[in-house]
Design a protein around this ligand. Structure first.
Ligand code: PAF
Length: 280
C-alpha cells in the first residue's frame, strides 16, 4: 500500500492506474477510522480495481469554537487498518498541500447547505464541498463512496457533482451501528460512559418514528413530538434539531408519496451526534 503525501504524486499515481484501464474507487475520510469507514472501503472494493482512501482533517468545514483542534487523529492506526482492508493507496496531505496561502475559491451548494446541519453549522458544507471538489480533482476517481450517516452531505455532494459535471459516480453506503444501535462516529469517542448509554435513545427515537410510519401515521409533527419527548425523558442530550424533509431534495416532505428523511442532531456535550432514517 502506498502512502502519498503530495498532490503531484497522487495525480501521477492515479493517471497510471487509469492508463492501465483500472476502475478507481475513492473513500474520502478525516481519519480515526472505525467500522463505518471500513464498510465504505469494503463497498468501494466491491466495484473498483484499485481503492484510494484520503485522510485529511479539513479545517474549512469546522466553525469557530468547533472541535477542529481536538478532532481525534491517529495516522499510524489508520494506516494499519487500510493495509488490512487491502487499500491500494492512502492520500495523506497536509494543510500546505491542500490550502496554499493564496487560497480564495470555495464551492457553495445554495439552499441545500442552509437547512438541517447547515443551519447550526454555518459554513460547514461550504468547507465540505470545497475539499471534496479539490479531492476529486486530485484523485480523479471513477466513483466515490460516502456514508448515509451524513445524509445531507451525500445529497449535497450528489448535487455538486451533477451541477459541476464531475465525472465521478457517487455511491452511498448504509449506516453502520454499534450492537445497541448507536451510529458509529469518530465523535462517539467524546462521550462519557453515562452519555454513551444515554445516546442509544437517538436510534430508538428513529425506530419509534419508523414504527409510527409503518402503522400509517404520517403526521410528521406528531411523530417528531414523540421523538422529542423520548429523547428528553431518557437522556440529558440537548436537541439541536429533529427534522423531516424530502429524502432527495431536502425540501418539504410528502409522506406516503415520496421517501422522507427523518434526521436529528443532539448535543451530548462536547459531542454533537447526528443520525437519520429514511421512511418510505
Ligand atoms: O465525511 C467526512 O468525513 C468529511 O466531511 C469528508 C467527506 C471527508 C470531507 O472532509
Amino acid at each position: 500500500m502506498k502512502v502519498i503525501r503530495t498532490i503531484s504524486e497522487m495525480r501521477s499515481w492515479s493517471k497510471e492506474i487509469k492508463n492501465n484501464g483500472y476502475i478507481l474507487g475513492f473513500v474520502p475520510t478525516m481519519g480515526f477510522l472505525h467500522e463505518g469507514h471500513l464498510s465504505l472501503i469494503r463497498e468501494a472494493k466491491k466495484h473498483a480495481d484499485k481503492v484510494v482512501v484520503s485522510i485529511y482533517v479539513n479545517p474549512t468545514q469546522f466553525g469557530p469554537g468547533e472541535d477542529f483542534e481536538k478532532y481525534p487523529r491517529d495516522f499510524a492506526r489508520d494506516e494499519k487498518l487500510c493495509l488490512k482492508e487491502g487499500v491500494d493507496a492512502v492520500f495523506y496531505p497536509d494543510d500546505q498541500q491542500m490550502y496554499g496561502p493564496l487560497h480564495k475559491t470555495y464551492v457553495i451548494t445554495e439552499d441545500l447547505s442552509k437547512v438541517l446541519c447547515g443551519r447550526s453549522r454555518p459554513g460547514h458544507f461550504r468547507g465540505v464541498t470545497t475539499i471534496v471538489a479539490k479531492l476529486f480533482n486530485i484523485v480523479q476517481p471513477d466513483f466515490a463512496v460516502f456514508g448515509q450517516k451524513d445524509a445531507q452531505q451525500a445529497i449535497i455532494i450528489k448535487r455538486m457533482v451533477e451541477d459541476l459535471n464531475f465525472p465521478v459516480e457517487i455511491v452511498v453506503a448504509p449506516i453502520i451501528r454499534e450492537a445497541d444501535g448507536l451510529a458509529m462516529s469518530s465523535r462517539n469517542k467524546y462521550l462519557s460512559p453515562q452519555q454513551r448509554k444515554e445516546a442509544t435513545v437517538l436510534y430508538r427515537s428513529l425506530k419509534l418514528a419508523e414504527h409510527e410510519f409503518k402503522r400509517g401515521n404520517f403526521d410528521l409533527e406528531a411523530i417528531k413530538a414523540k421523538m422529542r419527548h423520548l429523547i428528553e425523558t431518557e437522556s440529558t442530550g440537548q436537541i439541536d434539531y429533529i427534522e423531516a424533509v424530502d429524502a432527495e431534495t431536502l425540501g418539504k416532505p410528502v409522506p406516503g408519496k415520496r421517501s422522507v428523511l427523518l434526521a436529528l442532531a443532539v448535543f451530548f456535550h462536547p459531542a454533537r451526534l447526528i443520525d437519520n432514517i429514511i421512511l418510505k
